[in-house]
Design a protein around this ligand. Structure first.
Ligand SMILES: [Zn+2]
Length: 238
């Protein structure tokens, strides 16, 4: 499929919350983008997998991605087993993304940090000729780590000010997760997820501030960032 950019994350709505603005920005720039959810999010407190699949498709439309798929791993049991890596590697061979965005390697939720290892190793294995799976060997050119769910210091921030409204819409497309709780009793247990969208928006403001814009999304790349023109470098020094 030769995608330019593929974002992979453990649960449906992780991509929207962590790098939805960047995905839309790249689609608007003319790149062919895609989202791969490792699980269907069946362990979530709210919403059935069927509902979440519908919501994921709606969110994908808002973010203008050309592809959205689910790898079908068990939610809460994402790990870098040989079997999971081979499954991921065959999808990488099909989609052939130049750049991938994967979760940062440290996180509170085990699925998130395990997804990071699984994604890195799956991308690596996809390039091995002798791997016992079908498809042409392929390895992405670039791996970026989304740090939005962590406190890790990003190495760069993408300006998503122009995409922020649509990102918000894409997040709200997961109405079983983020919609108003109609008919809910006051005694209902307050879930962390009720605060999540708010927190992610505040984070986008925080990282936007760090690069002198309204909203931004944070990433880490392991490699050094190459600069050709130090005179035209952006972000004003304080
Ligand atoms: Zn998640």
């Amino acid at each position: 499929m030769n995608l330019d950019l593929l974002a992979i994350a453990a649960h449906p709505d992780d991509v929207e919350l962590t790098c939805g603005g960047t995905m839309l920005k790249m689609a608007e720039a003319g790149y062919k983008t895609g989202i791969l959810d490792l699980t269907a999010g069946e362990m979530g407190t709210r919403g059935t997998p069927e509902t979440r699949a519908k919501e994921a498709a709606a969110a994908a439309k808002i973010l203008k991605v050309k592809y959205r798929g689910t790898l079908g791993l068990p939610d809460s049991d994402v790990h870098a087993s040989r079997q999971h890596k081979l499954r991921l590697a065959s999808v990488i061979r099909e989609l052939r993304p130049r750049t991938v965005i994967i979760p940062y390697w440290e996180a509170r939720h085990p699925d998130h940090y395990n997804a990071s290892t699984l994604c890195y190793e799956g991308c690596f294995l996809a390039g091995l000729k002798q791997l016992p799976i079908s498809g042409e060997p392929f390895r992405p050119h670039k791996i970026l780590y989304s740090t939005a769910f962590t406190t890790a210091r990003p190495t760069f921030v993408v300006d998503i000010t122009a995409q922020f409204k649509q990102r918000h819409k894409a997040i709200l497309a997961f109405s079983s997760q983020f919609g108003p709780r109609s008919g809910s009793k006051k005694s209902e247990v307050f879930l962390a997820i009720d605060r999540l969208e708010d927190e992610m928006n505040q984070l986008a403001r925080h990282y936007g501030d760090m690069i002198g814009v309204r909203y931004g999304e944070p990433f880490v790349q392991k490699e050094m960032i190459k600069v050709n023109d130090v005179v035209k470098m952006e972000v004003r020094s304080v």
